[in-house]
Design a protein around this ligand. Structure first.
Ligand code: TRP
Length: 451
């Protein structure tokens, strides 16, 4: 059977955008901005995106399209049989781990959506009350497990439909809905009294505030938000054809993803400042503060419900993209039937997620290297596995395959683009060969010592 391809370039763009936009944009980006002093972090993040995130992104898509294989096959075909098959398999393993803990996190969001429908999270008087409700919900084993399972089930049903019918169609409907909802939140935010305080907090950087830790956090965020380092984009790229213009699609996707992060931050901080709350609220920012902020507004019930629905949808399109490399690996390399691969990935991901989900209740006192289980898995992924995968992608493209050959393959389908923007090729060459691998190693070493 011929390999499935995307029906259209728009379908691919939406699917990749759906993968990129998720909890990292909506929950984690505002949280990081709030914890790191606002505009300075935004500034550093944008630079990291340009000199590291984007080059890794192009490398992964290119690896996928050129080899038409799952990540394991892609690394083997380009890098040879020595070390690279191991690297490819590691990325598949990373995908499997991301699948499990992401589903637990997203399960909370889904759970909050259901609570919001019931009206439980729309009537808080204070942050303390909201925090208590959050802690008690997350601390209830059955609540966490149930929504983790439900979320996984929703994703399984969608992935069962296959590349075109499932992922592409679903993303094409979801993304515009998400964008519409987000824009309404932004408009809502900037028309509040004192909204300008939020805007200036986000966009007037004081460059003297930049610290080393900030740079490292920003870099980690650039990988996580673009779904890099884990074979997702290699797999999505493998369903592209020779006619597709990779640079153009990648630029659109990276800009779209960034705008969505910025919109989420604008919505969060204008609302936060207008309610007179502090920006540094910790990871619970979304769960603990937004419902409160909303209760002070008209139609709070509808706003809170829509908001959590919106975040759940964004998480669905990201989760299915984290599953795809694992499935593609089982189908391409192990010759499994697609349906069996989907089931194995879903059930396995659910099982591995169980200790994560329970690490706030029954397994609360279980520590691995000083971390609770969920935190441990998250640190393992963000600090070690994703940088490793991202590094392998740029290194194999820039040095093993050789940039000259990679560039030739990249130009297929985008000859006109390269002719119109000759500097683009210089920029990519410099970043893929030097700035990206070097900076990733720095993050890696730093996290290793801090972990
Ligand atoms: N990018 C997604 C987000 O922003 C998360 C995600 C999906 C991901 N697939 C991934 C992260 C693969 C790393 C690797 O929420």
């Amino acid at each position: 059977m011929a390999r499935e391809t995307w029906k259209s370039m728009v379908g691919f763009t939406f699917a990749a955008l759906g993968s990129a936009v998720g909890l990292a944009n909506i929950c984690i980006f505002p949280f990081l901005v709030g914890m790191n002093g606002g505009a300075a972090f935004v500034f550093v993040y944008l630079i990291c995106l340009v000199i590291v995130g984007f080059p890794v992104f192009i490398s992964e898509i290119l690896l996928g399209r050129t080899t038409r294989s799952s990540p394991a096959g892609a690394f083997r075909k380009v890098g040879g049989k020595r070390f690279w098959p191991f690297a490819g398999k590691m990325t598949v393993l990373t995908g499997f781990i991301v699948t499990s803990f992401y589903s637990v996190l997203a399960g909370w969001v889904l759970g909050y959506f259901v609570e919001a429908l019931k009206g439980t999270v729309t009537s808080f008087g204070s942050i303390e009350e909201a925090s208590q409700v959050f802690d008690s919900l997350v601390g209830t084993a059955s609540w966490g497990l149930m929504f983790h399972g439900m979320f996984m089930l929703i994703c399984l049903v969608i992935v069962f439909g296959g590349v075109r019918r499932g992922i592409e169609r679903c993303s094409k409907i979801m993304m515009p809905v998400l964008i519409f909802l987000l824009l309404s939140m932004v408009v809502r935010g900037i028309t509040l009294p004192n909204a300008w305080k939020g805007i200036s907090y986000l966009f007037y950087p004081d460059l003297s505030e930049i610290t080393g830790t900030m740079v490292l956090l920003a870099l980690g965020q650039a990988f996580f938000t673009l779904s890099l380092g884990q074979g997702t984009m290699i797999t999505y790229g493998s369903y592209l054809t020779e006619e597709d213009n990779i640079p153009k699609a990648c630029i659109q996707i990276a800009i779209g993803d960034t705008l969505i992060s910025l919109c989420a931050a604008i919505a969060v901080f204008t609302t936060l400042f207008s309610a007179g709350l502090e920006p540094a609220q910790g990871v619970g920012l979304i769960f603990k503060t937004l419902p409160i902020v909303f209760t002070k507004l008209p139609f709070s019930w509808a706003l809170v419900t829509l908001f959590f629905l919106f975040v759940t949808l964004a998480a669905v399109t990201s989760e299915i993209s984290a599953m795809e490399p694992v499935i593609a690996y089982l189908v391409d390399e192990k010759k499994w039937k697609r349906h069996s691969a989907v089931l194995a990935c879903g059930i396995g991901g659910f099982a591995l997620g169980i200790p994560c989900a329970l690490s706030f209740s029954i397994l609360k006192d279980w520590y691995l290297f000083g971390y609770g289980f969920m935190d441990f898995v998250q640190v393992l992924v963000q600090a070690i596995l994703l940088p490793f995968g991202a590094f392998c992608a740029v290194f194999v493209v820039g040095w093993v395959w050789k940039w000259r050959n990679a560039e030739r393959s990249l130009t297929v389908g985008s000859e006109f683009f390269f002719r119109s923007y000759p500097w683009f090729s210089l920029y990519l060459r410099w970043c893929i060969k030097y700035s990206a691998p070097i900076l990733i190693i720095l993050v890696f070493i730093n996290k290793l010592f801090r972990a």
